[in-house]
Design a protein around this ligand. Structure first.
Ligand code: FUL
Length: 699
């Protein structure tokens, strides 16, 4: 009897220990969590933006609201071409700007005459949203829509009636075109506009005027699958710049309550808030060209491959999604140059991630939750996004080691947390065993949904990831490593005001260049030292990695006649001598003028020293700093004698606050020796504005 009892209790013990082995509990979720909708959205990673509207035909970035719908007249509109380009790039959807700030609608809204129905396109019978929805379906892409809350055309903008109109349009978009994966509400709201002929400035309080709580409620009732981005209590946030770059530290959390109380500066969006109370992941938006809308002057300004690759790694590689804009042209097509660049980007990224190196390695970790197989370190290489390596509760530092059969070259490491349970990791580093010694090759902060590191190539016999700080136990679903081909960066080209050209490249590379427009090779001129080139010129240069015999992409720099003879002849306030910075050929130096005593408008006059035929000018705004002194309204005059002046161009630098790029304004070709640039108003409240550079456009 006694023996039987002992035997029984032995079995009980045994089975309970087996149970505890099998029943190691999953980690508890920690902190704010994503919804399934947000997870699905994050997994899309890369999707397209299309800006195509009246602005395409008026050559503007922001329409004032008085442009005629008759101007919308694409000659060869083909949304299936857009879808093909997007699909081929591996993007997962398209967000179409259905209505931009000028109020023109790309669908025949029942609530306004300002739409495609009053345009010559398809004799007013077209519906672009409908066409794109069908093309997306055909190509298995998701459709997203941008409806500008600001409407510079609507007579009632600023009054309660407009909110009804806005919501009616939202209803149309969310109910007539199938599923909409993302609804985009831009932050530009209120300012001057046509407003049904009132031609006035209407300021609104974005957070109060739209009653976002009500609007969001309506959206979720009509379209629960739609994720809402931007202003209001959104489910995803702007990344804080229009360059497509997230912070190295990037929390998917945000103190949204503070944000809605106006207490968060937009520069904080790049990194989110470690102590945010809501899951609001970042979306990095950027255009493949300087502008959001198509401008033929930008056909040769498509972002270079180097920049596109950086954008990829600094958005998707930094825990954000990438929303890449393709400005459809006047034909109604994605331009050839944009398509070509996109293909180059995709080919580069594909090569970078061609061969994964960790899956075949020997993997171990110094802590595995409950020593359970379910949470084994090996889960990080099993290709299953639902399995993960986890540590015991309260174990917030741990290491995972990958040992190779033979020394292995590595220059990329990709890590993913299992975000269903929250974003946890606050700090980590990576070590590589090189010639038998551990060497730290990266020290970083957050991981989140996805983090990709570009590191200098190491030949390692083992790799170690050390999580050095975490909010809670560690939960990692994926770790990968690759050996991406060497990427030779393009050389930098600079020309100063006297025409002196300097070029720079990474150490060990040679630079070859041409000045006749042809593409440089190792047979072209070898750059040795600074040289003088005063005339208008297009310099094309490549860097060449001698060891591996690899070229960079071609860097093109276009210059007008050098500014050697240029002089500042007058400034309406401030010091004339230091205003030389406006014409020093260096966009990183700027000159500020205007203040509370010398209020705007303020002006500067330049003597080019000789008569030139010009067809436009450019204004490079201040580039460095967070609170830039930007000009929003301007006038530009030319003269042959510094006495009689002719107004050549006036208007606004739209969207300069979010996107402070070189502003190009063209006009009919004219002869000029003197230039006068008038800053009529500043972006924001201040009276100080700044100019980095004024250039002229020669035909
Ligand atoms: C900005 C807008 O003002 C631009 O025109 C553009 O639509 C961009 C995506 O968002 O804030």
């Amino acid at each position: 009897m006694k023996n039987l009892f002992l035997l029984l209790s032995f079995f009980c013990l045994l089975s309970s220990s087996v149970n505890s082995q099998e029943l190691v509990k999953s980690p508890e979720p920690f902190g704010p969590l994503p919804t399934q909708k947000q997870i699905d959205w994050q997994e899309m990673e890369f999707y397209a933006f299309v800006h195509f509207s009246l602005n395409t035909f008026t050559n503007k970035e922001w329409g004032y609201g008085d442009e005629s719908p008759q101007l919308f007249n694409p000659t060869n509109l083909d949304v299936r071409q857009w879808a093909r380009v997007v699909k081929a790039a591996g993007m997962k959807g398209i967000i179409l700007v259905a209505k931009h700030h000028d109020g023109f609608c790309l669908w025949p809204s029942a609530y306004t005459e300002r739409s495609v129905k009053n345009s010559p396109w398809k004799n007013g019978k077209g519906d672009l949203v409908k066409e794109l929805a069908a093309a997306c379906k055909e190509y298995d892409l998701k459709l997203g829509l941008y409806l500008s809350p600001w409407d510079r055309n609507h007579p009632e903008y600023g009054k309660p009636e407009y909110i009804t109109y806005f919501r009616n349009q939202l209803k149309e978009l969310l109910t007539n075109y199938g599923d909409v994966f993302e609804m985009w509400f831009d932050g530009a709201n209120g300012g001057d506009g046509y407003y049904g002929g009132a031609n006035e400035t209407r300021k609104i309080n974005t957070l109060e005027y739209y009653n976002w709580d009500e609007t969001y409620k309506m959206i979720y009732e009509l379209a629960p699958k739609t994720l809402v981005w931007g202003v209001g209590p959104a489910e995803a946030r702007w990344i804080g710049n229009e360059e497509g770059r997230a912070g190295k530290t990037n929390w998917s959390l945000l103190r949204q309550k503070d944000e809605l109380a106006g207490k968060v500066h937009y520069t904080e969006f790049m990194s989110g808030h470690e102590n945010g109370e809501k899951w609001v992941p970042g979306e990095a938006d950027v255009s493949i060209r300087p502008g959001w809308f198509y401008h033929s002057v930008e056909d040769d300004k498509v972002r270079p491959l180097d920049e596109m690759v950086d954008i990829y790694y600094e958005s998707i590689g930094r825990n954000a999604t990438l929303l890449l804009n393709l400005p459809v042209d006047r034909r109604g097509l994605v331009h050839e140059n944009d398509e070509a660049r996109l293909k180059e980007l995709v080919a580069t990224i594909k090569e970078d991630f061609k061969t994964e190196l960790l899956a075949g390695s020997k993997i171990s970790a110094d802590n595995v939750r409950g020593k359970s197989k379910e949470f084994t370190a090996k889960n990080v290489t099993d290709g299953n996004k639902n399995t993960y390596w986890a540590t015991d509760d309260n174990v917030k530092t741990a290491s995972i080691v990958f040992e190779f059969d033979k020394p292995t070259a590595i220059d990329r490491v990709l890590l993913q947390e299992y975000i269903k349970l929250g974003q946890r990791v606050k700090a980590f580093n990576i070590e590589a065993k090189v010639n038998g010694k551990w060497k730290t090759i990266a020290t970083e902060t957050t991981i989140g949904y996805k983090r990709i590191l570009r590191i200098d190539r190491v030949i390692a016999s083992a790799l170690k990831v050390n999580i050095t700080d975490s909010k809670a136990s560690i939960v990692i679903s994926n770790i990968q490593a690759f050996n991406a081909p060497t990427f030779v960066r393009m050389p930098e080209i600079q020309r100063d005001r006297n025409g002196n050209v300097t070029m720079k490249s990474e150490e060990g590379n040679s630079i070859y260049y041409t000045v006749d427009g042809s593409n440089p090779t190792t047979k072209s001129t070898l750059y040795k030292d600074i040289f003088k080139y005063n005339k208008a010129v297009q310099i094309k240069a490549v860097a060449f990695n001698k060891e591996e015999k690899i070229y960079s992409a071609v860097k093109t720099a276009k210059y007008g006649i050098s500014k050697e003879k240029w002089k500042m002849v007058a400034v309406s306030s401030g010091d004339l001598n230091s205003s030389i910075k406006i014409i020093d050929g260096n966009p990183n130096t700027d000159w500020g003028f205007g203040n509370e005593t010398n209020k705007l408008p303020q002006e500067v006059s330049i003597d080019m020293g000789t008569i030139l035929k010009i067809a436009g000018f450019t204004y490079v705004p201040q580039q460095v700093g967070n609170n830039l002194n930007l000009i929003s309204k301007y006038e530009f005059y030319t003269s042959l004698d510094n006495v009689k002046w002719t107004l050549q161009s006036d208007g606004e630098f739209s969207n300069i606050k979010n996107n402070p790029i070189e502003q190009v304004k063209t006009f009919a070709e004219t002869k000029a020796r003197y230039l006068r640039f008038v800053a009529k108003s500043a972006e924001g409240k201040g009276q100080t504005v700044s100019i980095s550079e004024i250039n002229v456009v020669e035909k």
